[in-house]
Design a protein around this ligand. Structure first.
Ligand SMILES: Cc1cc2nc3c(=O)[nH]c(=O)nc-3n(C[C@H](O)[C@H](O)[C@H](O)COP(=O)(O)OP(=O)(O)OC[C@H]3O[C@@H](n4cnc5c(N)ncnc54)[C@H](O)[C@@H]3O)c2cc1C
Length: 477
């Protein structure tokens, strides 16, 4: 068989479909290996869902909400503290647009700097080595052949057929970024990460939010103590939870919406946001022409090297399913490119952090108490509350907490769970210690800057070691 890299019979060594975090990093990794690379995406989506409708806009919106609402300063200056009395949607979206524009430029520049060709349009396979990319204009299409492919086409919000989305009163999480105004009241359907992040942002803006979730719990992969604290905080901001309830219909008229639940309850609100999972974007790819299939939810199955059932085609990011995070997608892209070109590479470290940007935020890494208990691994907890830290008082965070899970047998750090200011950054200290197989003693013996929130690690480590010592002293007496 002809080796395409020795005899370049194809236009490119690699064509990446989708310019989100997975696709970008695959393209750049291959370019750094000296390969001829192109990336295809629709013109308005450079940077993917991540930059245009997902991670970046939602996190920028959160920052705008926190700043303009004065929310994080209210412990200091009182519950009525605001930076701006009437926050308009334009105030919020101006910041979002600015950051998106900047990020799109960065992505485009990185690709061009690495000599990755950008092909604009929607790509579909015509055979296992050929793709047609259709642009907006009539007859605007390019045929591209490549030796290898990375599919990084991501997902779109899943939309129940029974609901009439109108982009104004009934929206999905993409459309929330195009709202005309801040709603006075909002029903969020689905208490997953995206639903709860938006619920907490609107609650901080003063919107009366009702969350409807068909299961009896939310975010149950997190530490239950942390989720209890989050629910307490959200209820305090007038969020109502309806767990174990299903939406039977949503009706809309000029004055608002009414969400009817199967239990007979009816919830009036200015707006309804559906956040009911996401669907893999594979329907436009004509996968069958490449000898591939997707599952019911549009996802492509891959092996540990991110190869699909067709050896020269890899898939990464949200289109392969869990964990569907920008953070992981980037590394999957890089690794997939290395594997496709047989470049020696290590596997992704199994310790991956989870960050949930609710207000307050949540992050964890490593095991949960439930996992350790069901695996019969003995552990001790160490707790630090921000209110006992000088930095906690300075920043006005009295509710934050950091919990360490420590092996009571060999003192190794097994998990870290953080709730409150900077949780998503703080978690990485614990991740690094765990990644290096470190014990709680490292944290006890380390000097931390003072006053910092990182100091929570020392306080929690001392708490855990005191408990372990208490047990040992009883056992040894
Ligand atoms: C509201 C929201 C908030 C989020 N917050 C976070 C967060 O805080 N942290 C985090 O880590 N993750 C977060 N995520 C998840 C994160 O955005 C995704 O995990 C990440 O974007 C997935 O990257 P990807 O490489 O799979 O591609 P995506 O970013 O999904 O991009 C896929 C690209 O492929 C393109 N495409 C699709 N089909 C074709 C085709 N046929 N031809 C050409 N191009 C095509 C699309 O136009 C799109 O640009 C969030 C997601 C959402 C929706």
């Amino acid at each position: 068989m002809t080796d395409p890299e020795v005899h370049p019979v194809y236009d490119y060594d690699l064509l990446v479909i989708g310019s989100g975090p997975g696709g970008q990093k695959a393209a750049i990794a291959a370019a750094k290996l000296g390969k001829r690379v192109a990336i295809a995406d629709r013109g308005h989506m450079m940077g993917g869902v991540c930059v245009n409708t997902g991670t970046i806009p939602s996190k920028t919106l959160r920052e705008a909400v926190l700043y303009l609402s004065g929310f994080s300063q209210r412990e200091m200056y009182g519950a009525s503290y605001r930076v701006k009395a009437e926050i308009t949607i334009d105030d919020l979206l101006a910041r979002t647009r600015h950051v998106i524009g900047r990020e799109v430029e960065i992505v485009r520049n990185q690709l061009l700097r690495n000599h990755v060709d950008i092909v604009t349009g929607t790509a579909r396979f015509t055979d296992p080595h050929t793709v047609t990319v259709e642009g907006h204009g009539r007859g605007d299409h390019t045929t591209v052949t490549a030796a290898h492919f990375v599919i990084a086409t991501g997902t779109r919000p899943a939309r129940p057929d029974t609901v009439a989305f109108d982009g104004e009163r009934v929206v999905d999480s993409d459309q929330i970024l195009e709202l005309g105004r801040v709603p006075g009241s909002l029903v969020v359907v689905g208490a997953g990460v995206i639903g709860i992040e938006y619920a907490s942002m609107f609650a901080a803006l003063g919107t009366r939010v009702t969350v409807v979730e068909k299961r009896n719990a939310m975010l149950d992969f997190c530490d239950p103590e942390v989720i209890e604290s989050l629910k307490f905080h959200l209820r305090d901001q007038a969020v109502t939870f309806r767990f174990g309830e299903e939406v039977s219909s949503v009706s809309v008229n000029g004055r608002g919406t009414v969400t009817s639940l199967a239990s007979g309850k009816k919830i009036p609100a200015d707006m309804v946001m559906y956040s009911a999972g996401r669907q893999g974007l594979t329907d436009e790819l004509d996968l069958e022409n490449a000898g591939l299939t997707a599952d019911r939810r549009g996802r492509i199955e891959v092996d540990k090297q991110f190869r699909s059932s067709v050896e020269h085609i890899a898939a990464v990011g949200d289109v392969i399913g869990f964990p569907a995070l920008a953070s992981t997608s980037m590394d999957q892209g890089r690794l997939a490119a290395y594997h496709l070109f047989d470049e020696p590479v290590r596997q992704l470290h199994e310790l991956q952090p989870i960050g949930i940007y609710t207000i307050p935020e949540i992050s964890f890494c490593g095991h949960t108490e439930a996992e350790l208990t069901s695996a019969a691994i003995p552990y001790e907890t160490g707790l630090a509350r921000y209110r006992e830290l000088a930095r906690g008082a300075i920043v006005g965070d009295s509710y934050g907490m950091l919990k360490l899970l420590v092996s009571s047998e060999d003192r190794r750090l097994l998990g870290v769970h953080v709730f409150g200011t900077n949780a998503t950054d703080l978690v990485h200290i614990g991740q690094a210690v765990m990644g290096c197989g470190g014990t709680v003693d490292y944290l006890v013996d380390t000097v931390f800057n003072y006053p910092t929130l990182s100091e929570a690690y020392k306080v929690a480590a001392l708490d855990a070691t005191n408990k372990i010592r208490a047990l040992e002293s009883v056992q040894n007496s």
